[in-house]
Design a binder for this molecule. Structure first.
Ligand code: GLU
Length: 295
């Protein structure tokens, strides 16, 4: 990649646990791409989910990333022109995006319970990877799509889930710097997705799009388990009038049995590797071996 002073990349960990080798692989690639482009790397703390996020993991995250040798120029600890960088401190940004989508009729309130959804959940499409990221969600059957909202002129999203209405059959195509052209079909690969949760927490898809735009991110580097989220986020960005960044989805680390590393219960945290005497160079060496052999 040629030098590009305008390059702005980001790493966006969620403080819901300790960072492991899979995170290290993705974040090192994000860091290296920002360096190659002589650009800026932003660290964003994706701590919106109150049930999963913990301050101790947020602190450990910064420490482990530094130990690994990753440097960022903007973030919760260093500040920068687009502060704050903790999502829990950026609610007003997400709220204005919710309002814009609400006024445009792009989203609707969904009162389906988790149990109702589980009973109609559709199996993943044939040929599709069986594993879903925690930021992914099952195909929504569309139950509340046509329902008339009994509340007019809502001032707040609280109390119900809000879903983005996709255009069934629309193909979303984007260029990935590693994978080339990628296509997804709305209504088939993913359905109407949640942008705001009934417990009044903005959903990952919305917060991510709002922040990537506000922080002027030019390239998003993340794991390929988020490819479908990219398609969703392209639709959201379009509805909000934002330009989309470029994309680079990293390969996921697998163990010697081909199992995705993040799914293993005994996955090695950077913290435990460090405590058992491994150096950052050892970690880098471990993740360049593909597939990863953990012995
Ligand atoms: N916080 C999200 C995760 O850790 C970030 C995904 C992204 O890079 O957009 O999965």
């Amino acid at each position: 990649m040629s030098g590009n002073k305008n390059y702005r990349g980001r790493i966006a960990p969620s403080p819901s646990g300790l960072l492991h080798l899979g995170h290290a692989a993705t974040f090192l690639q994000a860091y290296e791409r920002a360096i190659e482009a002589r650009g800026v790397l932003v660290l964003r703390d994706e701590d919106l989910d109150p049930d999963r996020s913990q301050a101790q993991f947020a602190a450990a995250m910064l420490e482990d990333l530094r130990w690994l040798g990753i440097q960022w120029q903007e973030g919760p600890d260093v500040g920068g022109p687009h502060a704050p960088y903790r999502q829990s401190e950026r609610r007003e940004h997400y709220l204005s995006a919710w309002q814009a989508l609400y006024r445009a009729g792009a989203i609707y309130p969904c009162t389906c319970s988790r149990r109702e959804l589980a009973s109609v959940a559709q199996a993943p499409h044939e040929g599709e990877a069986n594993e879903v990221n925690e930021n992914d969600e099952p195909l929504y059957p569309g139950t509340c799509r046509q329902a008339i909202d009994t509340v007019t002129n809502r001032a707040s999203p609280a109390g119900v889930n809000w879903r983005f209405r996709v255009l069934d059959g629309e193909t979303i195509t984007f260029h990935d710097a590693r994978l080339g052209q990628v296509h997804f079909a709305a209504g088939r690969d993913f359905g109407d997705f949640i942008v705001w949760r009934r417990d009044d927490v903005p959903a990952y898809q919305l917060a991510c799009v709002v922040d990537d735009n506000a922080m002027q991110i030019t390239e998003v580097v993340r794991g390929e388990d988020l490819l479908k989220s990219t398609a969703r986020q392209i639709l959201l960005a379009r509805a909000l009038g934002y330009a989309s960044p470029s994309w680079f989805h990293c390969a996921l680390l697998v163990d010697q049995y081909g199992q995705r590393l993040a799914k293993r219960h005994d996955v090695l945290s950077l913290r435990s590797l460090r405590e058992s005497g491994h150096t950052p160079a050892d970690v880098r060496a471990m993740i360049t071996v593909a597939p990863l052999g953990l012995r």
